[in-house]
Design a protein around this ligand. Structure first.
Ligand SMILES: Nc1ncnc2c1ncn2[C@@H]1O[C@H](COP(=O)(O)OP(=O)(O)OP(=O)(O)O)[C@@H](O)[C@H]1O
Length: 335
């Protein structure tokens, strides 16, 4: 009896490392498996190494050591064009003087494919992203969303197995960004490819990802679904970076408690966690309160109170309150 071969990862990184100098480690021996047909977001603050990781996968940056496998094929030293990846950049990097059709057909032209063949393939891809009727427009005559679709078609024309996206939405205004985010997610599902998307936005990563990879200082802090990462942050860094959490020093050590899992009650001198309201921010469906904990530490805690509850007891600036939470919702960090 033969055991079934495990499905290969779309992309696997093995001890992948990038040094820009003897004392500058941009990516520090990371291991990662990205599932086939999944949306993966590399997330982290500026300088954490996410773009360098993406560029190494794309072949736009050499590796210092380690391996990159694409569907079990070692692509670590292959030229970018032979890897089976394609890249979509911030602000899409379309050629302004070429029509949408010629932008999409460009890489086939570079490969020497004849004009009729490459234009037919480019037109078919533009149809696929609902841009067929605008094939003769130049980028300057298209909206931001339409440009994104052209950029996608251009990336897909090389028939990649994995699409790499470097901050593709950051140049768009907030309204379009949210609309385009939904389109990216839909395309990934429709195309059945894996997308690897670099972003510094927690919100964007949570909205898009099947798998989030949170990076910090060249290392991976946590890999998991948005739900796992948000509800069980592995480290203090992840809890603070994701936002929506308070990191509290308790008798049992540091714990993370979501700001919507803390309740405010009347101050009561005999109990722990007495605080003074230092900030009240109305945000529509809820009110966000900042409170300074009593005692020397001056720690502040944020508490998200649903609007209706706040209206029952509208704590004001300078008022005293007591914080409570269900101990089961106080999350301890791994190791
Ligand atoms: N070409 C380079 N030469 C030297 N150092 C570099 C180079 N590119 C990046 N670095 C350094 O490597 C580290 C990781 O950079 P990288 O661009 O991967 O981070 P990032 O998380 O993508 O940040 P950002 O969101 O700001 O682009 C940073 O400390 C950066 O200064």
């Amino acid at each position: 009896m033969h055991a079934e071969a495990p499905t290969p990862a779309a992309v696997e990184l093995i001890a992948l490392t990038k040094r820009y100098g003897p004392s500058s480690v941009a990516v520090d021996s990371i291991d990662l498996r990205i599932a086939p047909n999944s949306y993966c977001c590399l997330l982290g603050p500026s300088g954490c190494g996410k773009s360098t990781t993406l560029r190494m996968i794309a072949g736009h940056e050499s590796t210092t050591s380690g391996d990159i496998l694409l569907e079990n094929r070692n692509i670590t030293t292959l030229p970018a064009a032979s890897r089976g990846t394609a890249m979509m950049f911030q602000s899409f990097a379309l050629f302004p003087h070429l029509t949408a059709l010629d932008n999409v057909a460009f890489s086939l032209k570079m490969k020497g494919e004849d004009k009729a063949g490459r234009q037919a393939k480019a037109q078919a891809l533009l149809e696929r992203v609902a841009m067929g009727h605008l094939a003769q427009r130049k980028p300057g005559e298209l909206s931001g969303g339409q440009q994104q679709r052209v950029a996608l078609a251009r990336a897909l024309i090389t028939q990649p197995r994995v699409l790499l996206l470097d901050e593709p939405l950051s140049a768009l205004d907030p309204f379009l960004r949210i609309q385009m985010r939904a389109e990216l997610r839909q395309w990934q599902k429709d195309l059945g490819l894996s997308f690897i998307h670099v972003t510094h936005s927690q919100e964007e990563a949570m909205a898009l990802a099947d798998t989030m990879v949170v990076m910090n200082q060249g290392l991976i802090e946590q890999v998991g679904s948005p739900h796992e990462v948000y509800n069980r942050p592995a480290t203090e860094f992840v809890a603070r970076f994701m936002g929506g959490h308070n990191v509290l020093s308790t008798a049992d050590g540091k714990v993370a408690v979501r700001n919507d899992h803390i309740t405010l009650d009347e101050a009561d001198a005999g109990s722990d966690w007495q605080a003074t309201v230092s900030d009240v921010e109305y945000q529509g469906t809820y009110v966000l309160l900042g409170l300074r904990i009593d005692g020397g530490s001056g720690e502040t805690v944020s508490v998200m109170v649903p609007e209706a509850r706040f209206l029952q007891r509208p704590f004001q600036l300078g008022e005293r309150a007591r914080l409570t939470w269900d101990p089961q919702r106080a999350h301890r960090f791994a190791a």
